[in-house]
Design a binder for this molecule. Structure first.
Ligand code: ATP
Ligand code: MG
Length: 352
C-alpha cells in the first residue's frame, strides 16, 4: 500500500467527527442525522421534522443511513472515498454482523482501497498517550467502559450503560419546564446549553440537598430572563451516571467489574490508568467523582487515578490518527483485494 492519507471516521449517536489523518482536528463535525430520503444530512437535516438518527445509543439502526452519513463526511471533507484508506471507530461490544456491514459499505459502496475498524475506547486511550488502562467513553447516547492491556482491548471486561449526555439533557429540559415556565421555549438546544453551563457531578457522599452543599448558578434564557438553579438541581442533572439509580448500574461499578475480569497482575496498572473521554466527561467533577468511587471499590492499598485526554469530544478521532502513524498500520489494514478474495469475514481475522 502506498502513502495514501487515511480518512478517520467516528460516528457518534449525536455527532459525526471525520477527516484526513493529516489534519490536526476532524475537518468535519456534524449532527449524525439524515432526512428519510437521504437528501439532507447533518445540521441542516436536524431542522427537518421527520429527520432520523441512524445511530441510537451507539448502535446502528439503519446501515443505509449510516452509509449516507459516511458519504456525506467524505463529501464535506472534499475527499474522494474511492481509492482512499478508511479507519472506522466502532462502538464497544459491537456485533460481528455490524463489523461485516461496516466492511461491506467500505469496500462495496465507498470503494475504498483499504480499511480498518478499531474500538472507539481503544482509540481514546491512545489519544491520552497510553496503551494500558480503562477507558470510560461517555458521549451523547451511551457510556462504555473498556479495559485495555498493552494495546489489546479485553472484550470480557467491556461494559455498556445506556445512560449518557442526552439523558442529562432530558433532565435539564424537565427542570426548565418545571421551573422556567413560559420563559423556556422547550428547545432541547437551549436545554443542552443550559446543562453545559450549570450541570455538575457532585462529590462522593455529599448530601446534595443539604443546606450549603454547593453554590447555585444563574443562566440566561434566550428571551433574556435569568433563572437561578439551586445546587441540588445542578447535581441531579449532572450526576446520574454515578448515583446508581439507573437499572443499568453505576459507571464506577462498570469500571471495577471490568478490571476484576482481567488477570490479577494487570489490575494495578488498570486501576492507576482510568481515562474519561467523550463529551459527557466534560461535566465538571466527573474525573474526581470517578476516582473517589473507584478508590472505594479498589481499597486503600491500590492506587487509582482518573484523567481526561486533551480534547475529550474528539479523542476517539485523535486516537485514530495515532493508529495510522504506527509503522504496521498498513499491514494491519484489510485491502480491497483481500476483501474481494475472502468476503466480509476477513474483518474478524484482521481487526482486533
Ligand atoms: N462542556 C460540556 N459539558 C457537559 N456536557 C457536554 C459538554 N460538551 C458536550 N457535552 C455533551 O456531550 C454529548 C456529546 O458527546 P459526544 O460528541 O462524545 O457524543 P457522540 O459521540 O455523538 O455519542 P455516543 O458516543 O454516545 O454515540 C452531548 O450530550 C453534549 O451535551
Ligand atoms: Mg462517541
Amino acid at each position: 500500500m502506498d502513502n495514501r492519507a487515511v480518512f478517520v471516521v467516528d460516528t457518534g449517536s449525536r455527532r459525526t467527527k471525520a477527516g484526513l489523518a493529516t489534519g490536526h482536528a476532524p475537518s468535519v463535525d456534524f449532527l449524525s442525522t439524515v432526512t428519510p430520503d437521504g437528501s439532507v444530512v447533518g445540521d441542516e437535516a436536524a431542522a427537518v421534522p421527520d429527520a432520523v438518527w441512524p445511530v441510537h445509543r451507539g448502535s446502528v439502526r439503519s446501515w443505509e443511513q449510516v452509509e449516507t452519513l459516511w458519504r456525506s463526511a467524505y463529501a464535506k471533507a472534499e475527499v474522494e472515498s474511492a481509492g482512499s484508506v478508511m479507519l472506522v471507530a466502532e462502538q464497544t461490544l459491537n456485533t460481528k454482523a455490524a463489523r461485516e456491514h461496516t466492511a461491506q459499505i467500505m469496500f462495496e459502496s465507498l470503494d475504498v482501497h483499504a480499511g480498518y475498524i478499531c474500538v472507539a475506547g481503544q482509540l481514546a486511550l491512545f489519544a491520552a498517550g497510553k496503551t494500558s488502562g480503562v477507558v470510560v467513553e461517555s458521549g451523547a447516547g451511551v457510556t462504555t467502559t473498556v479495559p485495555i492491556y498493552d494495546g489489546f482491548p479485553r472484550r470480557e471486561g467491556m461494559q455498556r450503560i445506556e445512560l449518557a449526555g442526552e439523558d442529562a439533557t432530558a433532565a435539564a429540559d424537565a427542570w426548565l419546564k418545571r421551573n422556567a415556565g413560559s420563559n423556556y421555549n422547550g428547545s432541547l438546544d437551549v436545554a443542552r446549553e443550559f446543562k453545559h453551563a450549570v450541570a455538575v457531578v457532585a462529590p462522593m457522599g455529599l448530601d446534595v440537598s443539604a443546606e450549603g452543599a454547593g453554590e447555585e448558578a444563574s443562566f440566561e434564557l434566550p428571551d433574556g430572563t435569568a433563572v437561578t438553579v439551586p445546587y441540588v438541581a445542578r447535581a441531579l442533572i449532572g450526576s446520574s451516571l454515578f448515583d446508581g439509580t439507573s437499572s443499568m448500574g453505576s459507571v464506577q461499578h462498570a469500571v471495577a467489574a471490568g478490571i476484576e475480569t482481567v488477570e490479577p497482575q494487570m489490575r494495578d496498572t488498570l486501576y492507576a490508568t482510568i481515562v474519561m473521554s467523550g463529551g459527557n466527561a466534560l461535566t465538571p467533577g466527573s474525573c474526581e467523582r470517578l476516582q473517589a468511587e473507584v478508590k472505594q471499590w479498589a481499597g486503600q492499598r491500590t492506587a487509582v487515578a482518573v484523567s481526561s485526554p486533551p480534547d475529550p469530544v474528539s479523542a476517539v478521532w485523535h486516537g485514530g490518527v495515532i493508529v495510522t502513524t504506527v509503522g504496521v498500520f498498513k499491514k494491519m489494514c484489510v485491502t480491497k483485494i483481500a476483501y474481494a478474495e475472502c468476503g466480509p469475514n476477513i474483518i474478524h481475522r484482521k481487526c482486533l
